[in-house]
Design a protein around this ligand. Structure first.
Ligand SMILES: Cc1cc2nc3c(=O)[nH]c(=O)nc-3n(C[C@H](O)[C@H](O)[C@H](O)COP(=O)(O)OP(=O)(O)OC[C@H]3O[C@@H](n4cnc5c(N)ncnc54)[C@H](O)[C@@H]3O)c2cc1C
Ligand code: FES
Length: 400
């Protein structure tokens, strides 16, 4: 890959420019009469062929899957969504989520995977996965998407660290292409220039939309000319960036993506600046919790006469009931997987939201929730991987 300098940090002006037609068309292809076709899909795996594996940095690759026309409707998506990938590695089934890095396009899905030191899936994907391989890919999921109906004159800001840039690439392309007056501003932090994923693409995007895209590269272990853009992003640095560069009062929507610490810092700082959380969307790639490989549908023995909870769930219009011993304190997901192996899940850690269902009856306690928005909770949605029944009977519906 050709070495490239980090771009300028000029703020976007409001000068109108014509949107890029091909990207705009790609997005419009996913809308019908203003309604997004990429509605929530039933989370289902299909084997897809890897069309290309493209190096992005020394430890990150872009993986593009070819989607056959027969499955194209199942793989429509909105910028900001992710897919779960599934592979058998080291004798275990591994499921990991990866955000889609390109604007909506029929027939192709591209994700970017960065090697996590010691990480099972990402190490395998960045070193061994190649064109021609086949991998199980779940239909696109996620709510880290723009809620802006009309983008004209809108100012959208993304804050990302490392691989957190992935959904923001799709969002930036889409926001800029859909309106000739929208603006996208990106704060992107990495250790050094060599770690910057999509460096070329960001520079190209900046060339295409010089007045409407601003990119602020912050490098934690490399000195940049501006001290504000050098070093780790902490609360004082972020506050100064907001005051001097971005000015929150001019921003319509925020997208935060990356590890827990950065996302939490940005949320807290924005809240302290008076930004309404309704306009702040975030996607966590990791939590600060230790990663434990989930045991799916783990075996549970129900002793005779033992108190149990009845868990009823509907999936694909088919209802089933499973008895779960109170003493097992089993999650709804685990219980459901014991009798229906196709119940959707990916991270099993409360992060991705793939296991979302609506609680129709009974009550549950949720251990973690990094995925559901307050309005989803209000409407009765729960993460079944984190939900433990607290009543004799619970009823959930995966289809709504
Ligand atoms: C919605 C969503 C979207 C995502 N999008 C992207 C994306 O676009 N690009 C991307 O690169 N990533 C993305 N991720 C993260 C991705 O899903 C994986 O979590 C990441 O690739 C690491 O997986 P792994 O199997 O390589 O690491 P794992 O094997 O799961 O390990 C993760 C880390 O934990 C450590 N670890 C492993 N086992 C233990 C243990 N027992 N105790 C303590 N530590 C342990 C490892 O050393 C490693 O650092 C996304 C995550 C989510 C939830
Ligand atoms: S499977 Fe990811 S939140 Fe439940």
């Amino acid at each position: 890959m050709a070495a490239r300098n980090l771009g300028s940090t000029a703020s976007p002006a409001s000068t109108a420019r014509l949107a890029d037609t091909s990207v705009a068309e790609a997005f419009l292809a996913s809308t019908v009469g203003g309604e997004h076709v990429a509605k929530r899909h039933r989370a289902r795996f299909h084997p897809l062929e890897v069309a290309e594996v493209r190096p992005l940095t020394a430890d990150a690759v872009e993986v593009t899957f070819a989607v056959p026309e027969a499955l194209a409707d199942d793989y429509t998506y909105l910028a900001g969504q992710y897919v779960a990938l599934r592979a058998e590695l080291e004798g275990h089934e591994r499921r990991r989520s990866y955000s889609i890095c390109r604007p909506p396009e029929r027939g192709r899905i591209s994700v970017a995977i960065k090697r996590d030191l010691g990480g099972v899936f990402s190490t395998w994907a960045t070193s061994e996965l190649k064109a021609g391989d086949t991998l199980d890919v779940m239909s696109p999921q996620g709510t880290f998407t723009s809620t802006l109906d009309a983008l004209d004159g809108k100012h959208v800001v993304g804050i990302a660290a490392g691989s957190g840039i992935t959904p923001l690439m799709a969002l930036a392309h889409t926001v800029l292409a859909r309106s000739a007056t929208s603006e996208f501003e990106l704060v992107y932090t990495n250790r050094s220039t060599l770690d910057v994923m999509f460096l070329e693409e960001l520079a190209d995007l900046k060339d295409r939309y010089p007045s409407r895209l601003a990119v602020h590269h912050v490098l934690s272990r490399e000195q940049r000319t501006a001290p504000l853009l050098s070093g780790r992003i902490d609360a004082p640095k972020l506050e100064t960036m907001l005051d001097l560069l971005i000015r929150p009062e001019t921003v319509d929507e925020w997208f935060l993506c990356g590890p827990f610490e950065l996302v939490q810092l940005a949320r807290d700082t924005l809240a302290a600046k008076g930004v309404d959380p309704v306009h702040v969307r975030y996607e966590l790639f990791t939590t600060d919790a230790d990663r434990v490989e989930p045991r799916h549908g783990r075996h549970i023995v129900v002793e005779r006469g033992e108190p149990t909870v009845a868990i009823e769930f509907t999936l694909d219009g088919q209802s089933s009931t499973v008895e779960s011993p109170v003493s097992a304190n089993e999650s709804i997901l685990n219980a459901a997987l014991r009798i229906r192996p196709d119940v959707p899940f990916a991270c099993a850690g409360g992060v991705c939201g793939t296991c979302r269902a609506r609680l129709l009856e009974g009550s549950v306690a949720m251990t973690e929730n990094y995925a559901l928005e307050p309005d989803e909770l209000e409407r009765g949605y729960v993460l079944t991987c984190q939900s433990h029944p607290k009543s004799d009977r619970v009823v959930v519906d995966y289809d709504v």
